[in-house]
Design a protein around this ligand. Structure first.
Ligand SMILES: [Zn+2]
Length: 219
């Protein structure tokens, strides 16, 4: 049976039937106990990454990201409401993109109120590895723009909300991922809501998303 894929969670997987990619930030000491087998993503979260610790943390990232179970680099990204000033966040993100490109691993991105900057970075660096924007909960229009620019989108618990702006986009889109992030909503609930939007069965949705995941050459 095809499993649910939770492409971005901060929790440790406990249930069977779910492939989840736990996201760990090297800005705390979690890497000392980094899992060696379970699929994970590692990066410097924009809320906690600082310029003064960047060189040291990049040293760790460069080495640890090579581990086979590190499927994605991140979450990393830009956030205008938290963390370092945006110029510094851009520097920190660009360094992580370099690592992802070198290892040919996709990037999982956090982006708050900085989509123009994010698009500019992708254009300027001509990033070749897939860039997945996690927790997308903005408008259909912005979502379409990002897809046209070559970004991949991942949707989380926001899909359950009445006023979820990108519902129409999900209806039309086939290349996307689903996630729980740090929410209490289960991945099953999110799949059910999205299957309803797409007027397909949960099994069909599982197959679709696993096919997308395979296209990223990760399994
Ligand atoms: Zn997250």
């Amino acid at each position: 049976m095809i499993e649910f894929l939770d492409i971005h969670t901060h929790k440790t997987a406990t249930k069977t039937g779910i492939t989840s990619i736990q996201s760990l930030s090297l800005t705390n000491d979690i890497f000392l106990a980094m899992p060696k087998k379970k699929p994970i993503s590692i990066g410097l979260h924009p809320w906690y990454a600082t310029i003064d610790k960047l060189e040291l943390q990049m040293k760790y990232l460069t080495v640890l990201a090579k581990q086979e179970n590190v499927k994605l680099i991140g979450e990393c990204g830009l956030d205008k409401l938290n963390g370092e000033r945006i110029e510094n966040q851009i520097l920190i993100l660009e360094r992580q993109i370099e690592v992802a490109e070198e290892l040919n691993k996709p990037i999982i991105l956090h982006c708050v109120k900085a989509f123009d900057e994010l698009i500019a970075i992708k254009d300027r660096l001509k990033v070749k590895v897939p860039m997945i924007i996690h927790g997308f909960n903005k408008s259909e229009e912005l979502g379409k723009q990002l897809v046209v620019k070559g970004f991949h989108l991942s949707f989380g618990s926001a899909v359950l909300k009445e006023n979820f702006g990108a519902a129409k986009l999900i209806e039309e889109l086939d290349n996307f991922y689903l996630e729980t992030d740090d929410s209490e909503t289960t991945i099953e609930e999110i799949y059910h809501a999205v299957a309803e939007l797409k007027k397909c069965s949960v099994d069909q949705l599982k197959a679709l998303i696993f096919a997308n995941w395979k296209k990223l050459k990760l399994v």
